[in-house]
Design a protein around this ligand. Structure first.
Ligand code: F6R
Length: 609
């Protein structure tokens, strides 16, 4: 959460920092700020609201500065306000911080005794004062050492960038549990909490690991561990281009990302599903066939949309395995439960960002217990990707819109591939495998034709339902996770209160909600559960429900509206229903005039628990 940027070099720091913050704004947009320095001293500018507000302030106070750090905030301690915005400034120190310092109250008391006064309610200001108190006590000013010493005293998570008054040469950065990457250019260095801010500046990057501290200067990056002992710097090539982080003519990133799904899915499948050879290959699992054969339990762990993708994948995998038990778990719950892990378990950690704090905490716990841990991750080089024993990158490219869409589709498919690889190792025959390969092969085209045929009708439909304030989403079997995901998508971008339910559960409570303020979205598959789900629809209709049915059946339905999705898929049909549901949520949110890509109160990667 929150975005950090930094720059030291010979160019205009203010403009570079602002453009970096605009790219990172999806990580938090409660307030923003920058501190830059040059021959005329330091300029600190902060503003409540989005980066555009800060931009206006910078325009009034432009400086030709050559070093600086900046931040866009998702509030944890203290309301969104200019006073609580970063960078924080105490004494000689300026600091931007992602994460939470848990012992900040204790530190605040100690620092107050030493005469420090605090202008904000934030843990970050206390952290700034702590570094300043150490810095002031040094005979010879050494910012790197002051940061190292301060880190011995803080408990919590951080990604930080620090500058000192009068020091035009260095920015010191450090991380523990919150990502930071340093881009190295010609006599210049860029700092960011997410590599998308570096695109167009340099493709040479150094990913900081936990407990590392780096001094960044025009000469490059000087890296140490938490005891100030030198660590080798590994420079990697950043595989992200400018196209991937632009809207490419779409009104919103969300719509672009929905429409990218055929292509991003092909990237997920590329080199993994070899139709000609009837072969599935997952290179990064780091598991032998013997190990795969042994698997009896699969834990699938994630949060939000990633959790629902895991749930959907478990319905898929259960179709073709008879000795594998799947345990779906919400990471923020599992980490505080005293759960048992049976023998022969593997754990999958599903995360677009690869940084979700709760998912990461579960990973660390599973590793502590000696469980084989695999990532289903999008962000290459992210914390989860680095800590797992192996896994499957979903390769959907940058997902900028806060609401996750293309990642969901590819996560579910990547986990299906994992299930098939286990089944193959356990003896699934080619004859049994082929129908799944055939479905995977046509899935991207089927998504494309759904997008082509449904975009306009769903846009019109959304206009009709955008004024409702409540919604119920229902489905059975593998359409139940689609109902949950559909309700989540609608609520987070349209702010319509929407709940997902298993259709068979309606009579156990939710049906009492139905009245004229509600509409209902029912997903109905033309399979052995068709009649059962139709009975639920009829029950809702009898109680005055305003029902939209999404179905691949050609039979007469008789609800207020019907969305017909035309698909030859069986196992994977839910992914087609889900695309229709994504379009619906998008157009409802647009119709309501909402900020679709940056919904209120949210942020893209959730690095606080
Ligand atoms: C919803 C959404 C969130 C994320 C969740 C996990 O549209 O985006 O529910 O799915 O915060 O994030 P990752 O996948 O980055 O771990």
């Amino acid at each position: 959460m929150c975005g950090i940027v930094g720059y030291v070099g010979n160019k205009e720091a203010q403009r570079i920092l602002l453009s970096g913050l605009r790219r990172l704004e999806y990580r938090g947009y409660d307030s923003a700020g920058i501190i830059t320095a040059g021959r005329n001293g330091e300029t600190l500018l902060r503003e409540k609201g989005k980066v555009a507000e800060l931009d206006k302030k910078v325009a009034e106070s432009e400086h030709n500065d050559i070093i600086g750090i900046g931040h866009t905030r998702w509030a944890t301690h203290g309301e969104p306000s200019e006073r609580n915005a970063h960078p924080h400034h105490v004494g000689d120190i300026y600091l931007v911080h992602n994460g939470i310092i848990e012992n900040y109250q204790d530190l605040k008391e100690v620092l107050a005794d030493r005469g420090y006064e605090f202008a904000s309610e934030t843990d970050t200001e206390v952290f700034t004062a702590l570094i300043d108190s150490i810095y002031q006590a040094q005979d010879k000013k050494d910012l790197h050492q002051a940061v190292v010493d301060s880190l011995q005293m803080v408990i919590g998570a951080y990604g930080i960038a620090v500058m000192a008054k009068g020091n035009l040469d260095e920015i010191v950065v450090a991380r523990k549990g919150s990502p930071l990457v340093v881009g190295v250019g010609e006599e210049e260095v860029f700092i960011a909490s997410d590599p998308s801010a570096l695109v167009g500046h340099t493709d040479q990057v150094v990913y900081l690991r936990d407990d590392e501290v780096a001094t960044c200067s025009k000469d490059g990056v000087h890296l140490t561990d938490a005891t100030a002992t030198k660590v080798d710097t590994v420079v990697e090539k950043l595989e992200l281009d400018i196209q991937a982080i632009q809207k490419k003519g779409y009104d919103h990133f969300l719509l672009k990302e929905i429409f990218e799904q055929p292509e991003t899915l092909r990237s997920t499948l590329n080199g993994r599903v070899l139709k000609e050879q009837d072969l599935l290959r997952l290179g990064g699992l780091n598991m032998t066939d013997d190990e795969l054969r042994e698997v009896k339990n699969v834990f699938i762990i994630g949060c939000g949309t990633a959790y629902y993708a895991g749930m959907l994948a478990s319905y898929f995998i259960e179709q073709f395995t008879d000795d594998v038990v799947i345990h779906n778990a919400i990471a923020s719950e599992l980490r505080y439960r005293s759960f048992n892990v049976p023998e022969n378990s593997v754990a999958l950690f599903v995360s677009q960002s690869g940084e979700t704090a709760d998912t990461l905490a579960c990973l660390q716990e599973m590793k502590r217990r000696g469980v084989k841990c695999l990532g289903i991750v999008n962000a290459v080089g992210s914390s989860i990707a680095r800590e797992v024993d192996g896994g499957v990158y979903v390769h959907v490219g940058a997902e900028i819109s806060v609401a996750s869409t293309k990642a969901f589709t590819s996560q579910a498919v990547a986990m299906l591939l994992f299930g098939l690889v286990i089944a193959q190792a356990k003896g699934m025959s080619l004859k049994e495998l082929r129908p799944y390969i055939a479905e995977l092969d046509i899935l991207p085209d089927e998504i494309q034709s759904t997008l082509n045929s449904q975009n306009e009708p769903i846009k019109t439909l959304a206009k009709k339902y955008a004024h409702y304030e409540h919604a119920l989403y229902v489905g059975r079997d593998s359409l139940f996770p689609v109902a949950l995901e559909g309700a989540l998508k609608l609520k987070e971008i349209s702010y319509i209160q929407s709940e997902g339910y298993a259709a068979g559960e309606l009579k156990h409570g939710p049906i009492a909600l139905i009245d004229d303020k509600f509409f209902e979205m029912a997903f109905v598959s033309d399979n052995w559960l068709y009649e059962k789900t139709m009975s639920n629809i009829i029950e809702m209709k009898a109680r005055g429900g305003h029902i939209i049915t999404v179905t691949n059946s050609e039979k007469a339905i008789g609800t207020e509206e019907v969305v017909r999705v035309d698909t030859k898929l069986e196992l994977l049909a839910p992914l087609i229903f889900n695309v229709a549901s994504q379009l619906f949520a998008y157009y409802v949110a647009v119709e309501r005039g909402n900020d679709v890509d940056q919904p209120r109160n949210l942020a893209k990667s959730v690095t606080v628990e």
